[in-house]
Design a protein around this ligand. Structure first.
Ligand code: AMP
Length: 486
């Protein structure tokens, strides 16, 4: 099957050839003719399968006829994250070179002014994250009644991030007669429900998970003690010892750990950048760019920030934490070994992670081997580990200082040993900063509905893991002591 057989316009075909693509990927071959026939499409495909071009190419062909009206976009694409939205925009720029279409990006972290001006002039393609889109609608600057085609991309991610109520609202604002394209990597029951609600007689196109890609990925577990400084040391050794490392993504489960680990890697002289939900749009873009160009070949990221990013040719993935959702493991390691390339993934595992590893092995149907000694080789007993950790901190920082003072030189080895104590202080500082930021967050006035939406918004893009209620598992011992009354 060639692109020419799919029914795309000449202008689009020329752009595809210029982009260097000769054969459509399976999702493109299956979806494009149906999109061009103006059918609703339910596409089950992950990023990395070419699904973005599966909707951008036929959209460009469809948009060649007709023109945009002020404040009334002709097509709307919803993306869960700013990065994904920006990538879709890049696709329109690349494949739309031979056309004069107006494309606008509505994402958070960028001023409303420029976005307003563009919408007022009229846009053919509006690419948006749900929250920012609704903000524009509420400001009365945007009408969705002219939308002929709606794309809901990464629907399962939207569900994870709590965006479905917003998507339901947006769907009520676009005409019922629109064409809808709905993409998701997985089909949990809630996604089946909303796909039935949003789509009319859809054509279902499905491409298998890139399980074949996994065949080119060497997967290993690395045993570590659970303290963060021990895990950081394990990671540094892994990075230093990795063969053929060109670039790597290091995944953490929580965004605050992304920031801490990033700082630690920098302190140890690793060329690293961070990507997490608390960074503003420009910082995120700059970080990604420096990773893409190889200026900083190590990217420390959280799942939410990294999901769906189009980063070709990553040689290594390091899981600093075992992901809490087994599916995230598949997404993470799918960053390497793309398009038949060799890749390697290393997951740092502590004795608390056995259930999570079991869930991953069940999902992937593969047993992942330990590189080096397994968890049994680590000294048993949490309390002992913690005491030892503290002792080591004191000793090593004293040693590091002593040497530094004696020979007045910066020593790599001494630095590395002294680092845990410094990092512990840094971690406490970071936690204090996080706390004071949350406490300082102003509560904006507004209608009850607005307030409720505000609450949800604050939770968006959060990747701090499940919320701990009360004291969680960490109830101080004195509270558990029996109390004598009278
Ligand atoms: P996506 O799944 O949309 O994130 O695309 C994954 C990668 O595949 C991107 O780098 C695209 O540029 C690339 N790509 C898309 N379509 C094709 C194609 N037909 N042939 C080769 N590469 C493609």
């Amino acid at each position: 099957m060639s692109f020419a057989e799919l029914g795309l316009s000449e202008k689009v075909l020329t752009a595809v050839t210029a982009a260097g693509y000769s054969t459509p990927t399976p999702i493109q071959a299956q979806a494009i003719p149906h999109v061009l026939a103006r059918k609703d499409v339910l596409g089950i495909a992950q990023t990395g399968t070419g699904k973005t071009a599966a909707f951008t190419l036929p959209m460009l062909t469809i948009l060649e006829t007709g023109r945009a009206r002020a404040r009334m976009p002709r097509t709307l694409i919803l993306e869960p994250t700013r990065e994904l939205a920006a990538q879709v925009e890049e696709n329109f720029t690349r494949y739309g070179v031979n056309q004069k279409l107006s494309v606008a990006l509505l994402i958070g972290g960028v001023s409303f002014g420029d976005q307003d001006a563009k919408i007022t002039r009229g846009v053919d393609v509006l690419i948006a994250t749900p929250g920012r889109l609704l903000d524009h609608v509420e400001r009365g600057k945007l009408l969705l009644t002219g939308v002929e085609l709606l794309v809901i991309d990464e629907a399962d991610r939207m569900l994870d991030m709590g965006f479905i109520p917003d998507i339901e609202r947006i769907c009520k604002l676009v005409p019922f007669t629109r064409q809808t394209l709905f993409f998701t990597a997985t089909m949990p029951p809630e996604i089946t429900r909303i796909s039935e609600q949003f789509l009319h007689n859809p054509v279902r196109v499905e491409v298998s998970r890139p399980a074949t890609a996994a065949a080119t990925i060497t997967q290993r577990l690395i045993a570590s003690n659970p303290q963060d400084f021990e895990k950081r040391e394990t990671l540094r050794k892994l990075i230093k010892g990795a063969t053929d490392l060109q670039n790597a993504i290091v995944f953490c489960n929580r965004k605050r750990d992304v920031a801490t680990l990033h700082k630690s890697l920098l302190r140890h002289g690793f060329p690293a950048v961070a990507l997490h939900g608390d960074m503003d749009q420009y910082a995120r873009m700059a970080a990604l760019e420096s990773f893409r160009t190889g200026e900083n070949p190590i990217l420390v990221a959280s799942d939410v920030a990294a999901r769906g990013l189009d980063i070709p040719a990553v040689s290594h993935v390091f899981n600093f934490d075992v992901p809490t959702h087994a599916e995230d493991y598949v997404h993470r390691i799918g960053r390497t070994g793309r398009a038949g390339r060799e890749g390697a993934s290393f997951t740092i595992v502590t004795r608390h992670d056995d259930k999570l590893v079991a869930a991953i092995e069940k999902l992937t149907g593969q047993t992942i081997a330990f590189e080096g000694p397994g968890l049994d080789a680590l000294p048993p007993g949490e309390a002992r580990e913690e005491r030892r950790g503290k002792r080591d901190d004191k000793r090593s920082s004293a040693r590091g200082r002593g040497r530094g003072e004696r020979d007045g030189k910066r020593r790599d080895h001494g630095e590395a040993e002294a680092a845990p104590a410094v990092e512990a202080v840094e971690e406490r500082r970071e936690a204090r900063r996080q706390r004071s930021r949350h406490e300082a967050e102003p509560i904006r006035p507004g209608t009850p509905e607005r307030k409720e939406r505000g609450e949800r918004r604050r939770n968006r893009d959060e990747d701090d893991g499940p919320q701990v209620k009360g004291l969680g598992d960490h109830v101080p011992a004195f509270l558990l002591r029996p109390v004598r009354i009278g």
